[in-house]
Design a protein around this ligand. Structure first.
Ligand code: F6R
Length: 614
């Protein structure tokens, strides 16, 4: 969490930084701040609690001149959201300013030592320790800023992406990273740095992704230089960005979330492009054929992920078990990492993460690889940490997801897992060529069918008005629809703040059924699959207790239609593809309920898109 931006060049520093902060606001919006040095060597720091727009308001009558600057948008970890705890933080003597994304685990020890040396602290953050430590080393060793940064980072335990500015040296920014992302944009006579490439994609498409424990020396008029903490120079690996500026704008929609829901026909098309070939008879997914022996040799698959990606992982289990007849375990990455897991080189671990930066998932990958398991990653953000930390993997290719609530990434992940399951089944011979062709040809039709599902939007918007003020919701599903129920409940919780629980429909009678009354709506995901008859019973059980029911059914359904209060019909697809189709009405229902309640759907309270803390 937290987003950082930096700029050195001849453009308007403040404008570049503020625009960049807006792009990174999905990473946290508890406070924002900028630090700029003017050509005559004046360091100015402005900060404000809350969103970036509050900072803009605060800066209206301020001196905004500068030739270099850094900025930050915060997701609070150490210390409440306040002006005082907002970044940039500055050294006691006012010569250095620093922004930080990550957490410093040994900050208490460092703070105590610095306090003994006479340092005064002004905030409750772990970050302030970094800037004070750098300044302390710089003065004590009478060294350059870059040397002080290297020495300070050797003493730090934790995760960091930092950028440091020096009052007396307005022609440079020093930046470094470990376990938190940092990318440098190289333009003509200007350089940028940011937590991801979105702040500078409109200025340059050349990017350098910093590696762990690398320090970047970004100087006006000089080429980028990168050194290790030991001061060994690294080669500069410039990548060309594929992202375009239009992907970062709302394109006429009132919110990124709605845009991303409606983008799904095209994002799913991008996701399957070039992967489902020969009219659906063969599936080619990156990293499967070239690691054939791993996919043939494994005895068990363990999938690790968090949040929405964990729901996709659960679907991955059903898909792989069904199609490949392999045992699959699904673990929350945060639990897995501390559970003393038992893995060996015959295990295959799949790690799923939209952002590619989730700290718990990254840690789970390191543990799994440490135990000799082969790790296959599924991510969305190209060049992020998880694809670089895994043995092999693939991207979902759904483009930048900016709305904090994940929508198009979820359907992209499920699509990739479906293609992965078919690819493994192809290798292992657990599916016939007819079965593969049937699913493959239907995958090719999915983008078109999703367009049809989206036509339900006006009906869902009307339906949302009836349920806006419900205080609790139950989401029920069985088989492939159970993870969809979990995901539907999560979407509602996170953007409308209504309590919702996802449950396996048959498990309801073992407890949650006690909650059902006229005040408690149930959303039941009941496509026409092999458990249809069973879920009809569960629908009856809810109805018999006076609960109102919104059911997602296959078009042409006649049975549930006569029991449920409202039905939303979706196109018929093979059972394994129903989650992609049935999850979309649930995304829309959450969106409209949250809008009716006047909530900020793109930036729900307390959340951040990229969770780089434990
Ligand atoms: C929910 C949501 C989160 C993320 C979770 C994992 O809408 O977005 O639950 O799914 O924080 O993030 P990634 O996939 O980036 O690892």
């Amino acid at each position: 969490m937290c987003g950082i931006v930096g700029y050195i060049g001849n453009g308007n520093v403040y404008d570049v930084l503020i625009k960049g902060l807006h792009r990174l606001e999905y990473r946290g919006y508890d406070s924002a701040g900028v630090a700029m040095v003017s050509p005559e060597g004046k360091l100015k720091i402005y900060k404000a609690r809350g969103k970036v727009e509050n900072l803009e308001q605060y800066c209206k009558d301020k001196d905004l001149s500068g030739c270099v600057g850094i900025a930050h948008t915060r997701w609070a970890t150490h210390g409440e959201p306040s002006d005082l705890n907002a970044h940039p933080h500055y050294s006691d003597d006012g010569r250095l300013a620093l922004v930080h994304n990550g957490t410093i685990e040994n900050y208490k020890v460092l703070k105590d030592a610095l306090t003994q040396h006479g340092c005064k602290f002004h905030s409750e953050t772990d970050t302030e320790v970094l800037v004070q430590l750098i300044e302390y080393i710089k003065v004590k060793n009478d060294c350059s800023l870059v040397d002080a940064v290297r020495e300070a980072l050797k003493q730090v335990v934790g995760a960091y992406a930092i950028a440091v500015l020096e009052k007396d040296n307005p022609d440079q920014i020093i930046a470094a990273r470990k376990s938190s992302p940092l990318v440098i944009g190289i333009g003509e006579d200007e350089m940028f740095l940011a937590s991801d490439a979105t702040p500078f994609v409109e200025y340059t498409n050349e990017a350098v992704y910093l590696k762990d424990e690398e320090v970047a020396i970004i100087r006006r008029g000089e080429p980028l230089k990168i050194v290790s903490l030991e001061n060994e120079e690294s080669a500069i690996d410039v990548k060309t960005l594929e992202m375009g500026i239009s992907q970062l704008e709302k394109g006429g929609y009132p919110h990124f979330m709605l845009k991303e829901i409606f983008e799904q026909p095209s994002t799913l098309l991008d996701c399957i492009r070039g992967r489902v070939v020969e009219g659906g008879r063969r599936i080619m997914l990156n990293g499967v054929q070239d690691n054939k022996e791993k996919f043939l040799g494994e005895k068990r698959i363990v999938i690790v992920a968090c949040g929405t990606s964990w729901h996709a992982a659960l679907l991955g289990k059903y898909l792989i078990q069904d199609m490949c007849r392999l045992p699959v375990e699904v673990e929350y990455a945060s639990e897995f990492r501390y559970s003393n897991p038992v893995l060996d080189p015959s295990d295959l671990v799949i790690a799923i993460s939209q952002s590619g930066e989730t700290a718990d998932t990254l840690a789970a990958i390191q543990i799994a690889r440490g135990m000799g398991a082969f790790v296959y990653g599924i991510s969305n953000v190209v060049g992020s940490s998880i694809p670089r930390a895994t043995d092999s993997g693939t991207y979902i290719h759904v483009g930048p997801e900016i709305g904090v609530a994940s929508t198009k990434a979820f359907t992209g992940q499920v699509m990739v897992l479906t293609m992965l399951a078919v690819s493994i089944a192809q290798l292992r011979g657990t599916m016939t060529s007819e079965q593969i062709a049937q699913i493959g040809s239907c995958i090719l039709r999915i983008p078109r069918l999703v367009e049809d599902v989206l036509k339900l939007a006006p009906a869902i918007e009307r339906l949302s008005l009836i349920y806006t003020y419900a205080r609790n919701f139950l989401y029920l599903g069985r088989g492939y629809s159970y993870p969809v129920a979990l995901e539907g409940a999560l979407k509602l919780k996170e953007i409308s703040y209504i309590h919702a629980e996802g449950y396996p429909a048959a498990e309801m009678k073992h407890g949650p059924i006690a909650l059902i009354d006229a005040e408690m709506p149930s959303v039941i995901i009941a496509p026409d699959d092999h458990l249809y008859e069973k879920i009809v019973n569960n629908v009856q059980q809810v109805k018999a207790r006076g609960g109102s029911i919104i059911a997602i059914v296959t078009e042409g359904d006649t049975v549930i239609r006569n029991i449920a209060d409202h039905v939303l019909e979706v196109p018929r697809v093979p059972e394994c593809l129903t989650p992609i189709i049935t999850s979309i009405p649930l995304q829309l229902l959450s969106y409209y309920i949250a809008i009716n309640k006047g909530k900020n759907v793109d930036m729900p309270r307390n959340l951040a898109k990229s969770v780089t803390v434990e």
